[in-house]
Design a protein around this ligand. Structure first.
Ligand SMILES: NC(=O)c1ccc[n+]([C@@H]2O[C@H](COP(=O)([O-])OP(=O)(O)OC[C@H]3O[C@@H](n4cnc5c(N)ncnc54)[C@H](O)[C@@H]3O)[C@@H](O)[C@H]2O)c1
Ligand SMILES: [Zn+2]
Length: 337
């Protein structure tokens, strides 16, 4: 199944098909010089699958985990490209989860003022969410994604087959982004999480999530308005992700963020049930003070207010502004619940 993300001259196809990573020459120029960025956790079989189909490739592997989205690895990647004499007409492939996609995309956006970028996402999170939309970034001084760019890929190749090796916790973690998609735009998608068979309906989940993200990105590429609804659960989620111990994964933190921010009690309980079915955490000891502090540092926060996503009904969302005092009040309430 092929769909186009329509962004005028930056339009690109997303291909969602089991086994599509075995047929690269059908969809991309495999004789072009290619810098493949991956991480140590991506199984060798997927790296070899890609490399054996490319006639002129350099593989660059970073350690797994968020710390690779750093100046250090960004610089190493650029220097390796220079030492291998990569040019403007060459291409970068990201083969991995959101960490690899964000780092590789930022490398591609800035190397020689920007070269072609292809996403081959290998986690549920990256297949559903991070590989499309063109947001690429690294973290600096513990602040997530604060240095980056909008750099759209030329192609996104989504092969559900590569998820077969993904540990269950990561598998479920990524699906929280699909649950979020259901909450804000697609009640039928939400229904799958509430009462459906999540594993059997995986391809439908991927497709519906991608369609939602495609629609929103097409309408608002650089997040001037509508795209802000994608941040449901994220403002607080990022705060939880930054300070919490034990460390929550991105999707897990976003799930908790959705629960903390959802003001409608019935909807909140329905989201909680879906998160439980995904074996994701539903309770956290809220430290209102610490959360508030990280929240006000968020790059999307204003001088004295933040944007929050309000769900009035499953499948329908709108963005509102809350001042810091209101946020403090909400967090204090959650702390004592
Ligand atoms: N750019 C965006 O729009 C956007 C959106 C959402 C999240 N993100 C970013 O995405 C990142 C999280 O991404 P993630 O959840 O994919 O985590 P991740 O990239 O860290 O991948 C999770 C783990 O799975 C391993 N892995 C990857 N593919 C595998 C496979 N097929 N089999 C077995 N193991 C595999 C990796 O080595 C890693 O250890 C965060 O940095 C977040 O900020 C970006
Ligand atoms: Zn997210």
């Amino acid at each position: 199944m092929k769909m186009m993300v329509d962004l005028k001259e930056r339009s690109y196809p997303i291909i969602l098909e089991k086994g599509c990573t075995q047929r690269l020459s059908d969809v991309l120029n495999t004789s072009k010089k290619t810098f493949v960025i991956s991480d140590e956790g991506v199984p060798e079989c997927w790296k070899q699958r890609i490399l054996t189909q490319l006639s002129d490739a350099v593989l660059f592997v970073v350690p797994q985990g968020e710390d690779s989205k750093s100046f250090e690895w960004y610089e190493k990647a650029l220097k390796t490209m220079l030492s291998h004499q990569f040019h403007r007409k060459d291409q970068v492939i990201a083969l991995g989860g959101g960490v690899v996609g964000d780092l590789a995309g930022f490398v591609a956006s800035s190397y020689m003022r920007g070269i072609d970028f292809i996403q081959i996402p290998t986690t549920t999170l990256s297949q559903i969410d991070s590989s499309i939309g063109g947001k690429v970034a690294i973290n600096v001084d513990g602040i997530k994604n604060c240095v980056g760019a909008f750099w759209q890929p030329k192609l996104v190749l989504i092969d559900p087959e590569v998820l077969s090796t993904l540990p269950k916790r990561h598998f479920n973690n990524g699906l929280v982004e699909a649950l979020k998609a259901g909450c804000i735009q697609d009640a039928e998608l939400f229904q799958i999480f509430e009462t459906g068979n999540i594993e059997e309906q995986l391809e439908e989940i991927l497709l519906r999530s991608l369609m939602m993200k495609k629609r929103v990105v097409e309408e608002d590429e650089t997040e001037q308005g509508l795209r802000k609804i994608l941040n449901f659960g994220h403002t607080i989620g990022h705060a939880i992700e930054s300070y919490s111990m034990p460390q929550f994964y991105h999707g897990e933190a976003v799930g908790l963020g959705m629960l903390l921010m959802c003001e409608d009690e019935t909807i909140r309980q329905r989201i909680r049930k879906c998160l439980s079915r995904l074996e994701c955490p539903t309770d956290i000891d809220v430290n209102a003070e610490a959360l508030f502090e990280v929240l006000t540092m968020d790059k999307k926060a204003g001088k004295d207010s933040v944007s929050v996503v309000v769900i009035d009904k499953i499948g329908e969302a709108r963005v509102e502004t809350r001042n810091f005092a209101q946020m403090k009040e909400l967090l204090n309430r959650r702390e004592t619940e």
